[in-house]
Design a protein. Structure first.
Length: 175
């Protein structure tokens, strides 16, 4: 028969081995977590940079050329990296839907082609998404953003049409 102190020592050694195994697993998971965070950070920076470049290209297309003597000094001027970048620029004369991110452009084109006002739940399947509550609400948020930026109008609550800009509605799909 095994004595009680020997049994306790055996159980203590087994528990100590288990603790060491779990500490090793935790350390490995911590390394994997840091790698995943680094990947996420790189992707966020890439997305922000692309949005910034697209916004700058959009602004450059719409802005009149400034003579060199009137141009602001490049030295000392810094563009914040990804801070305040607007993926959906405000609508202005001469701006076309191609400057919008893909999903926003698709939404504007679908609304432009519709014979009347559309609801978010009608747009979701037309942009290739499953008609779930989450997708409908996400699309509704995009529609509201397009209204805020002047691309669309919300004639009645939840009913969206192409914004009227002095007869310029036929330019949505033009280049």
């Amino acid at each position: 028969m095994v004595s009680l102190p020997e049994e306790l020592e055996t159980r203590e050694a087994a528990a100590r081995r288990r603790v060491e195994e779990l500490q090793t697993e935790a350390a490995e998971l911590a390394v994997r977590l840091e790698e995943a965070r680094a990947d996420l950070s790189r992707l966020e920076i890439t997305r922000e940079t692309v949005a910034q470049v697209l916004a700058e290209l959009s602004a450059a297309e719409a802005a009149p050329e400034v003579p060199a003597k009137d141009a602001p000094e490049a030295e000392g001027a810094s563009v914040p990296h990804g801070v305040g970048v607007m993926a959906v620029p405000p609508w202005r004369e001469g701006l076309v839907a191609q400057v919008l991110p893909d999903v926003y452009r698709d939404i504007v084109e679908i609304v432009a082609d519709a014979p009347g006002p559309l609801q978010a739940k009608q747009i979701v399947p037309r942009i290739g998404l499953e008609a779930t509550t989450a997708k409908i609400e996400g699309t509704r948020g995009k529609l509201k953003r397009l209204v805020e930026r002047g691309w669309l109008d919300e004639d009645a609550p939840g009913r969206f049409t192409l914004a009227r800009h002095g007869g310029d509605t036929d330019r949505v799909n033009s280049r």
